[in-house]
Unconditional design. Structure first.
Length: 158
């Protein structure tokens, strides 16, 4: 999931930008399909930026599995290797976890999503408060997962 919308003002450093108040009502308007997906999440990687932490807090109502949350400085990275960063994090997910969420930033999430080898490819730009679901082959474990392990992807926005 990409964080909720934050205005780009020069008054704050990028890392400290906060979510617009209106975004709280956008979360309430998420589709039932998105809310259902959130209810299954059992592990979360969240960037340490203020806006991603606020996005996580806004979504907490919909997590029914009390997911484990790991805050990661590296998800704030503006490196071109954002996709590799995500793959490295996924390889660290405990095998007991089945549904993982990453709350991060663009352009990294767009790059990651579009790097997946899935049928009917169409380039997608990740919107703010956009959430993608990605299904992988069942026999693939977190440690051996890669872009060609994906079999389906969908994207939702508020």
């Amino acid at each position: 999931m990409r964080h909720a919308y934050t205005p780009n003002t020069s008054a704050k450093e990028d890392f400290d930008r906060t979510v617009k108040q209106e975004e709280y009502s956008h979360v309430q308007n998420l589709s039932s399909a998105v809310k259902n997906c959130l209810g299954k999440i059992d592990y979360i990687y969240c960037s340490n930026a203020v806006r991603t932490k606020q996005t996580y807090a806004m979504l907490q109502l919909y997590f029914s599995n009390n997911p484990t949350v790991s805050y990661c400085d590296i998800l704030y990275s503006k490196k071109e290797a954002y996709s590799e960063i995500i793959w490295d994090l996924l390889k660290e997910v405990p095998s007991s976890k089945q549904h993982v969420m990453i709350i991060g930033h663009n352009p990294g999430l767009t790059d990651f999503y579009n790097s997946l080898s899935v049928p009917n490819y169409e380039f997608i730009h990740f919107p703010t408060l956009g959430m993608a679901t990605i299904q992988f082959y069942e026999q693939v474990d977190w440690e051996s997962m890669n872009a060609s392990s994906a079999i389906e992807r969908s994207i939702f926005s508020a």
